[in-house]
Design a binder for this molecule. Structure first.
Ligand code: KG4
Ligand code: ZN
Length: 350
């Protein structure tokens, strides 16, 4: 089954063609990231406008990459189904993809599958694998992205996947914490990669020698929830103190970046491992933009080896938002709806 996946929930406009949920046939992505870099965060209205600019060229590009030198309208006939993110996300951005997908479905008569963006981050773990390498169920999934930080239990009943929310952030998401801390320190946007880059600049001999430490909120509490706003506040307070003494220079910012990355990754790993001990899981799955972080991936790999957990981490380009994961989710959770019933759900949950 060949699925055309469309993702427009935030600042990426992405269309991909995916076969049987795991084989990538083509992908095209545009991002309005550069626009948001100027102010260090996303302006929803600007993101939605950029989606409008990008959607048709990106759709055409994905079809042309699949079948070069062929009229994209003809290539569309090779597609079996359309899959579209219907939430969660920014309403204006979501609507652009949804209306495009509905129009395509209406015009071509192809089935339309609404996809939960959070589930799509989980199905990134099926990509480029043979069916005998797919994650075994039940599984525990950690989704760590710009808007979400959630632990989810994934089960399979017959052919259907079921998701149960186990815990999540009580305030800021882990990616949001990276982004906001990077803004406080003027390191750039998106904050995750900017902080990872800055942390890397701490010289080997000064690692763990920062003149301050940051909290790891909730790690000792017996709940599967996260909290990152206190960490952000600690960064703001510490940065202000150093600024007043004129000590917030490049080296100090690198120390901050190192400590922020350590603190966020510690919280994510510790809580996920706590959860893995409570449920009889056969696989541990990661997903979402934050799981592109190298330090976090290494910490998970070390723990999984120690505890003999079957860990799955999507390759870096499948961690952040793209149409491929939507095409994968559309296949594995195949539940088409008549196009007129597909509506944007900005606050969709599990
Ligand atoms: O999944 P995603 O692309 O979009 C959402 O669904 O939110 O995640 C975006 C988030 C941003 O907060 C970004 O700073 C973070 O993922 N991110 C990273 C890295 N790459 C992206 N965080 C830490 N380290 C990275 N290498
Ligand atoms: Zn995402």
């Amino acid at each position: 089954m060949i699925i055309l996946g469309i993702e427009t929930s935030c600042d990426e406009t992405s269309v991909a063609i995916v076969e049987n949920g795991h084989q990538v046939l083509s992908v095209a992505t545009a991002s309005s990231e550069a626009l948001h870099q100027k102010i260090g965060g996303i302006i929803p209205e600007s993101a939605a406008r950029e989606q409008l600019v990008g959607i048709i060229p990106v759709l055409e590009e994905a079809l042309l990459l699949f079948q070069p030198q062929t009229d994209p309208r003809q290539t569309l006939e090779k597609i079996d189904c359309l899959a579209i993110t219907h939430g969660p996300g920014l309403i204006g951005s979501l609507l652009v993809g949804i209306e495009t997908a509905k129009t395509l479905s209406m015009a071509t008569g192809k089935p339309l599958i609404p996809v939960n963006h959070l589930e799509a981050h989980i199905f990134a773990n099926w990509l480029e694998k043979k069916p005998d390498q797919f994650p075994k169920m039940p599984a525990l999934a950690l989704i760590a992205s710009g808007g979400h930080t959630e632990l989810v239990l994934v089960k399979k009943k017959g052919k259907k996947y079921q998701f149960s929310f186990l815990g999540g952030t009580r305030d800021d998401a882990s990616g949001e914490c990276f982004d906001k801390c990077a803004r406080v320190l003027d390191l750039g946007y998106p904050g995750g990669p900017a902080i990872a880059q800055s942390a890397q600049e701490v010289p080997e001999k000064l690692i763990n020698k920062a003149p301050f430490s940051l909290p790891r909120p909730m790690i000792d509490q017996d709940v599967l929830d996260f909290s990152f706003s206190g960490l952000k506040t600690a960064v703001i307070n510490q940065a202000q103190k150093l600024q007043q003494k004129n000590l917030l220079n490049k080296e100090m910012k690198n120390f901050f970046a190192w400590e922020i990355q350590e603190a966020i990754s510690d919280c994510l790993v510790i809580k996920t491992i706590q959860a893995s001990k409570r449920y009889p899981i056969r696989s541990l799955l990661l997903g979402g933009g934050v799981t592109a972080n190298r330090v976090l991936r290494e910490k998970f790999q070390k723990k999984a080896k120690e505890l003999k957990l079957d860990l799955f981490i999507p390759k870096v380009s499948f961690c952040t938002d793209n149409g491929i994961i939507i095409g994968a989710a559309g296949y594995f959770n195949y539940q088409p709806l008549p196009w007129e019933k597909v509506i944007a759900q900005p606050s969709l949950r599990f």
